[in-house]
Structure formats: C-alpha cells, structure tokens
Design a protein around this ligand. Structure first.
Ligand SMILES: C[S@@+](CC[C@H](N)C(=O)[O-])C[C@H]1O[C@@H](n2cnc3c(N)ncnc32)[C@H](O)[C@@H]1O
Length: 220
C-alpha cells in the first residue's frame, strides 16, 4: 500500500470518526437524526455516529450506503451495538442494511424511502448535484430529506480563505470540499427546504465550521 492509500484508507477514517464526534457536533446531530421516520436511508453512513440517535419507535427499516471500507466497519459495529441495546418491549429490532457504494448511483428503486438522512457527506461526494438527484429519486413524494452539513461561509473573507485552502484540504481529508453551498443546492435539486439552523461551530475553525441543517421535502 502506497503512502497516499495508507493515508486515505487508514488515517482519514480515524480523523473523520474522531473529528465528527465532538460534543458540539453530536448535539447538532441530535436535532436532526431523531426526526427520521418510516423507511430510512442514510447516505454516507460510514462511522455510524448517527445510528444510536434514531428513534426506533418511528423507524421501520434502516439502510445505509458509504464507499469507505474502514468507515463501514465502524458503522456495522454501531449497528450491532444498537441492535443489542434496548428491550424488545419498547423498541423495534434494529436490522441495518449497510452497503458499500456511492451516492452517485444509489442501489435502491425510485420512491423507496420515507426519510433520507445526510450528515457531513455532501461535502465529500464527487458530484453533489448528481447525488442530490439520486436522493430525490429514492425518496417518495412527500418524503423528507434531513440534512446537517458544513459548507460555504456567508462572510466574504472566510469564503475567500475557503477557496484558497480547499485544494489542499480536500486532498488531505477524504475529498471534503469547503466551498459548496448546502441549503441552496438542496433547493435547486427540487426539494422544498426549511432551514432549521445555520451558524459557525464554536469548536471548529471557521473555514470548516459553517453549519447548515434543516428538513427538505420532495413535493408531491
Ligand atoms: C466527513 S465523513 C461523514 C461521515 C458521516 N456521514 C457522519 O456524519 O459522521 C464523509 C463521509 O462521506 C462518505 N463519502 C465520500 N464520498 C461519497 C460518495 N460519493 N457517496 C457516498 N458517501 C461518500 C465518506 O466515506 C464518509 O463516510
């Protein structure tokens, strides 16, 4: 394994798992993830940090997709932990259908989910518009897309530095882009967006700290 592969496949997954699990980020996840209901699909489920936050009284099935083998290992371990927790009396069994794959070609039929969840993943995909089109396709009309993402900052000075740093940043951190719009891109993909919050994360550098989260409905 070359240095580049070792970095991407061994080091980056650990950085992601650690960096995406700060208390401040976990608090934001708790505002978004428990809203999922029915047949749920999570794009970029690697790491598995959202899984314990789903409301098992509301979720009838869970499927997830991610291309990273190491992050999928973490996700599968989380799924086992969630399945082993809780009691049969008050929670449904947690049977997670976790697959390797890319958001640009999601291996599920049209309109097969009630909720789609995406946290800190639209920054890292290759083709953001293509992925949003896929998420729109697999969601049923009237279904909800729950998102929590970081992206292009509204302040010109921060945005300027995001543009300057991005070429190096994305090579170091698993294709993570700093300059992508979030809510506007989701609206452009045909969703009716309700922005729930947008702000800089206190414990992150502003470059990577502009957070947006909300719900987006696929029109009927
Ligand atoms: C910053 S991590 C976030 C992981 C997780 N969503 C979370 O909230 O902790 C970005 C994730 O996007 C995944 N990813 C990268 N390219 C992708 C693609 N084309 N399709 C789906 N997921 C992708 C990575 O493997 C990684 O799991």
């Amino acid at each position: 394994m070359g240095l580049r592969e070792w970095w991407d496949e061994t080091v980056v997954p650990r950085i992601i798992r650690f960096g995406c699990a700060t208390e401040a980020i976990m608090e934001l996840r708790r505002e978004v993830v428990p809203l999922a209901a029915g047949r749920v699909f999570e794009l970029g489920c690697g790491g598995g940090l959202n899984q314990a936050m789903y409301d098992r009284t509301q979720v009838t099935s869970f499927a997830g997709l991610d291309p990273s083998p190491k992050l999928l290992e973490y996700a599968c371990a989380e799924a086992e932990g969630v399945a082993a927790s809780g009691t049969q009396a008050d929670t449904a069994d947690w049977k997670a259908d976790i697959r390797a794959g890319f958001g640009e070609a999601i291996p599920f039929p049209d309109a097969s989910f009630d909720t789609v969840v995406c946290t800190y993943t639209l920054c890292s995909v290759n083709d953001q518009a293509g992925v949003l089109a896929e998420l729109h396709r697999i969601l049923k009309p009237g279904g909800t897309f729950l998102y929590l993402e970081h992206g292009r900052a509204p302040d010109a000075n921060v945005a300027k530095w995001q543009r300057r740093i991005e070429p190096v940043w994305k090579r170091l951190f698993g294709n993570c882009h700093l300059t992508r719009p979030v809510s506007t891109a989701i609206a452009e993909a045909g969703f009716a967006v309700t922005l729930k919050g947008a702000r800089y994360q206190e414990d992150a550098p502003r470059l990577a700290g502009w957070m947006e989260w909300g719900t987006a409905v696929k029109p009927v």
